[in-house]
Design a protein around this ligand. Structure first.
Ligand code: PLP
Length: 400
């Protein structure tokens, strides 16, 4: 375990509003005035500290949120985007041109999989999917066209933990960029400190925490953020996936409670995981001592934020999974809904929702079976109540 505390890094970032406001003003402007045409011209050639050109490029509130996120991920810089997918697609299109190759973990979020499998090839970018645990398989796929190794720090939905230091070493050895999606484990894992070059997030999830907007971010060195925002060649600037400033202001406020929320999500998920495992249910959760990833996550994680709010179980068949999902919603365990990181518990069947973009054959190869139920465990004050309700449903449906 590491002693880095991302919450202190964020806490120490004090931003004063125009009148000393503790919450900086929401930027209510798409464009900004200049005192001279020369300064305006200069701002097109490079970013001028404290000077803003146009909100699709930068604006003050997006800058404040980006700076706070860079502190959290301990990177030099960051940029916020309109969604997690916008962050991922902007990174891929900034680093790859037609003819280039990417090596990606096989079990990733279904939307990212569809982008890699169906969309990037239309632009001549070929993605090879591999078992991210198998370093020799990955090294064997590297060619002189490879630009990126891509993985999720904790994968969706099987919660496999990625060995970021080994992948970072491999990427460095071959001059590649290691891109890590850290959506499932903000605060818990700091990929850039472990060897990742670029960290992306869907802030729609834990970082914002209230399931009221879609947002993303890219954390990296300053050089890459300058490339992304270049007015002539930057993918975030030119593809235009900018985050709305009203949303940026809300997320910045919510970011300051993220450490407390992550601890509680993790505490509740561990309680459910241990107790459901005790009932004989197959549970995927890296915090379990029986998990194949327990030792690895212990070696990667920052101390004090738990093992995360995501937990997956296998109830054997899609029929049983569907009945349980419906009954759990009726019994008020939470909502039958995709997405994650909300204050209430959300649950869904990955094979028939968030991972349905992955073909059955690929799903079978990676153990993503039809009977899986993925939980995003909420912030319940007394998680025992939810556990008893789940148990009652399982008894009624003869799952236990
Ligand atoms: N990465 C992961 C791990 C996700 O779970 C998701 C969405 O579910 C995304 C990226 C995409 O993010 P967004 O929906 O904000 O575009």
């Amino acid at each position: 375990m590491h002693n880095f505390d991302p919450s202190i890094a964020i806490q120490d970032y004090l931003v004063f509003g125009e009148f000393g406001d503790v919450n900086p003003s929401i930027t209510d402007s798409s464009t900004f005035t200049f005192l001279s045409p020369e300064k305006m011209e200069e701002s097109f050639s490079h970013e001028i500290e404290g000077c803003f050109l146009y909100s699709r490029h930068w604006n003050p509130i997006n800058k404040y949120l980006s700076n706070a996120l860079a502190r959290m991920e301990d990177t030099e810089s960051a940029q916020v985007t309109a969604s997690g997918m916008s962050a991922i697609s902007s990174v891929m299109l900034q680093l790859c041109s037609s003819g280039d190759e990417v090596i990606s973990e096989r079990t990733i979020y279904g939307g990212t999989y569809a982008l890699f499998k169906n969309f990037l090839p239309k632009l001549g970018i070929n993605v090879k999917f591999a078992d991210i645990k198998n370093l020799s398989e990955i090294e064997g796929l590297i060619t002189d066209k490879t630009k990126i190794i891509y993985a999720e720090s904790i994968s969706n939905p099987l919660l496999e933990v990625t060995d970021i230091p080994s992948l970072g070493w491999l990427a460095k050895k071959h001059g590649l960029k290691l891109v890590i999606d850290n959506t499932f484990s903000p605060m818990i894992i700091s990929p850039a400190r472990l060897g990742a070059d670029i960290v992306v997030h869907s802030m729609t999830k834990f970082i914002n925490g209230t399931s009221d907007c879609v947002a993303g971010c890219i954390c990296s060195d300053s050089e890459f953020v300058h490339q992304l925002t270049d007015v002539n060649s930057g993918s975030t600037m030119l593809l235009g996936g900018v985050l709305d400033s009203l949303r940026a202001a809300g997320i910045l406020k919510n970011l300051h409670t993220l450490h407390i929320r992550m601890k509680k999500h993790g505490e509740n998920a561990l309680y459910l995981a241990e107790n459901l495992e005790g009932l004989g249910i197959k549970v995927f959760y890296p915090g379990l001592k029986s998990s194949a990833y327990h030792e690895l996550i212990n070696s990667l994680m920052n101390r004090g934020f738990g093992y995360g709010g995501m937990m997956t179980i296998d109830v054997g068949s899609y029929d049983k999974a569907s009945s349980l999902l419906k009954m759990m919603q009726d019994e008020k365990v939470g909502y039958l809904a995709v997405s994650l990181g909300y204050f209430k518990t959300l649950f869904s069947s990955p094979a028939h929702s968030t991972s349905s973009e992955i073909p059955q054959e690929e799903r079978e190869k990676s153990g993503l079976s039809d009977g899986l139920i993925r939980f995003s465990v909420g912030l319940d004050n007394n998680i025992e109540v939810a556990y008893n309700r789940i148990k009652k449903c399982m008894i009624k449906l003869k799952i236990i």
